[in-house]
Design a binder for this molecule. Structure first.
Ligand SMILES: Cc1cc2nc3c(=O)[nH]c(=O)nc-3n(C[C@H](O)[C@H](O)[C@H](O)COP(=O)(O)OP(=O)(O)OC[C@H]3O[C@@H](n4cnc5c(N)ncnc54)[C@H](O)[C@@H]3O)c2cc1C
Length: 267
């Protein structure tokens, strides 16, 4: 058995992204600090989902920028020299093609932050432009087990992966959230052991780093998916690869945000 994905497997979850001009159809506070925003448009009936951790880039233009209509990829390119949008990445939590709807879950970490602040104030009818979806993490069917680890920004992707993993597949899940009110129901057919960690006033990721070494991994060759703050991800990678001895190719750990740094100034 090989736990490493083949080239074909890696790219099976890859369909081309495109520009979507949508309107907010619903806003639900699924927890005190998480807003689920439903985006709708006629053309989302044809949205090609890549599944798992697929994400999109939300476009935020400066207030006052007049967008040409209809707003297409070509139009975005034409105005780009004088109107560059700031981009923020969000995971597709669910997709209902029959209704032309896509849901994304926004962590409300600060009303004065670009995407978080937008989500906090979003109301039905607001326009939202985004590009995607990205390629997605392929679930390897020959993997003996899966570990999913992350903070609340990773929760949408973790929830989708739990929905997609096959019946009986052993999964260990570690999710760090602010407190018990931030827990969300996670549906799965897999054989999942879910551990919720409540941060309270501890630094972001400290509990993930404390609890990752305590995970008992099932036998055989498995894979780890994770996402959190950048320095936490670095430590998680070190732990799983150096301390637990996993092949690097069996880990997929991504920085979803960086403490003190806005997303548009990363990389
Ligand atoms: C592939 C991918 C998928 C993602 N999916 C989701 C998703 O589905 N839902 C989601 O909520 N987030 C998701 N994120 C994380 C999200 O893109 C970042 O949190 C982003 O920085 C938020 O943008 P902002 O404009 O609110 O804050 P920014 O302007 O980027 O940052 C402003 C300040 O806020 C801080 N900050 C940013 N995010 C957080 C946070 N979560 N908690 C505390 N402080 C923070 C930064 O350190 C910075 O100091 C994803 C990121 C990636 C890369």
């Amino acid at each position: 058995m090989s736990g490493a994905s083949t080239h074909e497997e890696r790219y099976q979850s890859r369909r081309p992204g495109q520009l979507h001009v949508t309107r907010v159809r619903r806003v639900d506070r699924v927890t005190p600090r998480m807003a689920r925003i439903t985006f709708g448009s006629e053309e989302l009936t044809e949205f090609l989902s890549n599944g798992t951790d697929q994400h999109v880039a939300l476009y935020f233009y400066e207030p006052g920028v007049e967008l040409p209509r209809p707003f297409t990829t070509e139009a975005a390119k034409q105005i780009y020299p004088h109107a560059k949008p700031k981009l923020r990445r969000y995971t597709i939590r669910s997709h209902r093609p029959e209704l032309g709807e896509v849901d994304m879950d926004f962590v409300l970490h600060g009303g004065d932050q670009l995407a978080s602040g937008w989500a906090e104030k979003a109301k039905v009818g607001d326009e939202s432009i985004w590009f995607g979806p990205s390629p997605a993490y392929p679930l390897a069917h020959d993997s003996a087990w899966t570990v999913l680890v992350g903070d609340e920004t990773a929760l949408p992707a973790i929830a989708v992966m739990l929905e997609q993993l096959p019946e009986g597949h052993p999964v260990r899940v570690l999710v760090e959230v602010a407190d018990a009110e931030e827990e969300l129901p996670l549906a799965t057919r897999a054989d999942a052991q879910v551990t919720w960690l409540h941060r309270h006033h501890r630094p972001h990721g400290a509990l993930l780093l404390e609890h990752a070494p305590r995970l008992t991994l099932p036998p055989g060759r498995g894979r780890v998916w994770g996402a959190a703050e950048r320095s936490v991800v670095r430590e998680l990678r070190r732990h799983f690869v150096r301390d637990k001895g996993l092949e690097r190719s069996d880990t997929h750990l991504t920085a979803y945000w960086t403490q003190g740094v806005a997303q548009d100034s990363e990389d």
